[in-house]
Design a protein around this ligand. Structure first.
Ligand code: ATP
Ligand code: MG
Length: 406
């Protein structure tokens, strides 16, 4: 079937009273950004519907796929627009039903007439189309209660829209309507999933990623950016803040007892994240921690690490099992990237036996071996910020660079 547009329904948003306009505008922006890079689309945001005009090319499935991931969309229908005359409408309706028809299937026509000027009333349109279908497809039956194929017809001022499929959207709130926060994004499985969960509540996230060249490769950084690009499909453009962490890790390794390396390192990460969050006017820090998953994620560890900030630290995965997290990672398309073997800065400096129950007082004491304030400030002075769009390709870009070096 050659569709001309995807009709997007806001559902729950329609009931949001005076906030409705903000919600819809935000959703419109988010959809535009999610579809960034796909040429020739036209996005029209109306009060009660959004129309994504397709480019007549090969991208229909891709567009549907991406729209399904945008929070704030209740459902969507691939549609065909025809001119406002009975013959075109009937012909297209028959074609669309035939497209799905196999012997024994039933159908129903549901018409909405937004354009009250249109010469036929709703039930008349149902009959006009129904008759044409019955005549064109011998043996097909009408079933108004439980049809196999439901053809939706919307008569609007600028044309007639027909659709035979309603696809469930991601629900939730448009990203940005829930305020702004930062996200500590590694290259692992968990943090991208945690980001997804935060976004689903409408929170706009800036990614903070710590990297340690030359201990970590360009590819590890590219991977974090690539994950961000996948997440941008759900939230629109994302600010990606990369924080150089090499010097801090070397200092800690040199000056802090091995059992406390990891705890102090995590405290530095959280402290820096907290300063960036504060200075950029955001209101919380998300991370991918799940209680009990690894040494740094026991309650005792969380307490010893959380000690450095009063900023809310939000952990959407706190009580989830790894298998549940992996399932979501697969669904949102981050899993395959996350399991690529490029080591991030934590893996490399993780001692063989980190303390699973660090003592808070000792942690504070050992941390005094390094100059926390000036190291943190220096790292922040050297951050690099990029804006990452959906559908960008950081991995291959890098492959080319590497290929040239070989
Ligand atoms: P993930 O799969 O998200 O890496 P994990 O189970 O491997 O999580 P850790 O590596 O201990 O656990 O990391 C715990 C959390 O700390 C991560 O979910 C992430 O929020 C944050 N984090 C870890 N490494 C980095 C990094 N290099 N940059 C930014 N945040 C990080
Ligand atoms: Mg990790």
């Amino acid at each position: 079937m050659k569709y001309t547009e995807i009709m997007v329904r806001y559902g729950e948003l329609s009931t949001k009273g005076k906030n409705r306009k903000d919600f819809i505008n935000r959703l419109g922006d988010n959809v535009r950004q999610a579809l960034y890079g796909i040429d020739g689309l036209k996005i029209i945001v109306n009060r009660d519907r959004m129309h994504v005009r397709l480019n007549g090319g090969q991208d229909d499935d891709k567009v549907i796929n991406i729209l399904q991931g945008v929070f704030g969309i209740e459902n969507l229908s691939p549609s065909v627009r025809v001119e406002k005359n009975v013959e075109d409408m009937q012909q297209m309706a028959v074609k669309m039903i035939l497209d799905q028809y196999v012997t024994g299937k039933t159908f129903k026509i549901t018409t909405k007439r937004q354009d009250k000027e249109f010469e036929f009333k709703t039930f008349e349109v149902n009959n006009l189309i129904g008759d044409a279908v019955l005549e064109a497809i011998p043996g097909i039956k009408v079933d108004v209660k439980n049809p196999d194929i439901e053809l939706r017809v919307e008569i609007r001022s600028n044309g007639i829209y027909l659709s035979s499929e309603t696809i469930k959207g991601a629900g939730g709130f448009p990203v940005g309507t829930g305020g702004r926060a930062t996200m500590m994004l590694s290259g692992g499985i968990d943090s991208p999933v945690a980001a997804y969960m935060g976004m689903r509540r409408g929170v706009k996230l800036d990614m903070i990623h710590f990297y340690s060249p030359p201990y970590t490769s360009e590819q590890a950084l590219a991977k974090a950016k690539q994950l961000t690009s996948v997440l941008a499909q759900f939230s629109g453009n994302i600010r990606f803040i990369q924080v150089p962490f090499t010097k801090i890790q070397e200092e800690i390794k040199e000056k802090v007892p091995e059992g406390y390396l990891m705890t102090v390192q995590r405290r530095m990460m959280l402290k820096i994240a907290s300063m960036i969050t504060e200075e950029s006017g955001r209101n919380g820090i998300f991370n991918g921690e799940a209680l009990g998953q690894v040494a740094s994620q026991t309650l005792e560890s969380m307490r010893a690490i959380n000690d450095v900030t009063t900023m809310p630290v939000l952990r959407p995965l706190l009580s989830m099992d790894k298998t549940e997290i992996i399932k979501i990672a697969e669904k949102i398309g981050t899993y395959d990237l996350s399991i690529l073997p490029f080591e991030d800065c934590c893996t490399i400096f993780t001692p063989p036996a980190p303390k699973t129950k660090p003592n808070l007082e000792k942690t504070r004491q050992f941390e005094k071996n390094i100059d926390v304030e000036s190291l943190a400030r220096e790292a922040i002075d050297n951050i690099q910020i990029t804006t990452i769009h959906a559908n960008e390709d950081y991995m291959n870009e890098n492959e080319e660079i590497f290929a040239e070096l070989l």
